[in-house]
Design a protein around this ligand. Sequence first.
Ligand code: ADP
Length: 429
Amino acid sequence: MIDSGAWMSDYRTDRIYKLERLLEVSRNLNANLDLEAYLKAVIEIASELTYSQETSILEIAEEGDHLHYTAAPWYRIEKLRAISIPLEKSIAGWSFTHCQPLVIQDAQNDPRLFKEVDRVLEFETLNIVVIPMVIKGQPIGVMEAVNKIGRTPYTEEDVSTLETLAAQAAVAIQNQKLLDKAQAAYRQLLELDRMKTDFIAISSHELRIPTGLILGHASLLQDEMTGEARAQLDTIVRNAVHLKDIIEDLADVDHFQTGMAKIRRRQVSMDRLISDVVGSYQEMSRERNISLRADISKASLVIEGDAHKIRIALGNLVKNALIFTDPGDRVLVCAEQIPGYVKVSVIDNGIGIPEGDQQRIFDRFYQVESHLTRRHGGMGLGLSIARGMIEMHGGRLWVESVEDKGSNFQFLLPLNTAQVNAAQKVFLS
Ligand code: ADP
């Protein structure tokens, strides 16, 4: 007579063991194993839990017309890798194309059995279960278990065990594919970045001498000419100066990149520097009918820094504020001393910057509007140069902006070297 209590207890122990093994597979999915090791563990557990002679995993080939083995017992994998399984006239192919599990208890009499595998391995497939591996409704391969030990038929429980394992294997394969894609994209980005860097270095270097010569000779001729010829030369000189400014921007970027840019610290009166910069943009602001003024909280704001570089940084911010603000609007430059720093803000009530672009505008060549459609000139270098110059001082430059309302570009400059060192210590600790 069957002892039903003992049978139930064996059944439970068996179930618990199976669940524990399945749990192990899910845990390993997040355990950073490499894909090959992970899939090897999955097929071993699949064979063990379904009492199969062997289990393997096949993935769809890039061409999409056949399956190939990616995991199988170590003593078979080499031979199996050389075989392509056609989607038509194979059991694996049927399960893949129909996206359905397939259980065949008498494989030798099934016309779909692809006999080439048995022939190459000198093996005989007796019964087989194939489970499609599916990601977001799309099959990416199959898992197959063959020859249940003891020649017993495969059961529904075997199918559901294999389904659980196939789903985990599919996620692992997909994760690896995404990781490979992300790494390839990252490598491509690095390459593009290198090309940008080379382009900047070469163009700034090669254009400098001819532009200098055009400017020099045209300026000499300017004094000799009168009337219409003089007007033509003025245009040439004006544009050559513009070209020279662009080349200087490129050279500045190149110097940051190569680490050649250096700060020459002297006492800088920030209030005077701000008044100078604001003064030099008065003509542009008048032409654009924009009110531009400075508001400085203290008569004397002195820091140790490189006036030339700070002037370039502030100039770029003021120029942008005037460009991206409509006639009739206003631009305000404020400065105040806060503990250890001078804080400067360039505030406009212009077009503002969409939130998604607010970090990227500091990248080299980045412009919110596409270069082809934009109404304003520029190369997308001004802000990256400004940030570079402020950061070289141990300072920080950032923006707060609301689209259609305006922008507030702010920077902090340390008062002196002691302050820079103290800030760096805090930063490093
Ligand atoms: P560019 O010289 O081409 O304008 P920048 O690096 O100076 O390059 O600026 C990058 C982009 O950031 C600009 O093209 C513009 O889209 C945006 N931007 C900069 N300043 C402002 C501002 N004050 N208001 C709105 N958009 C701005």
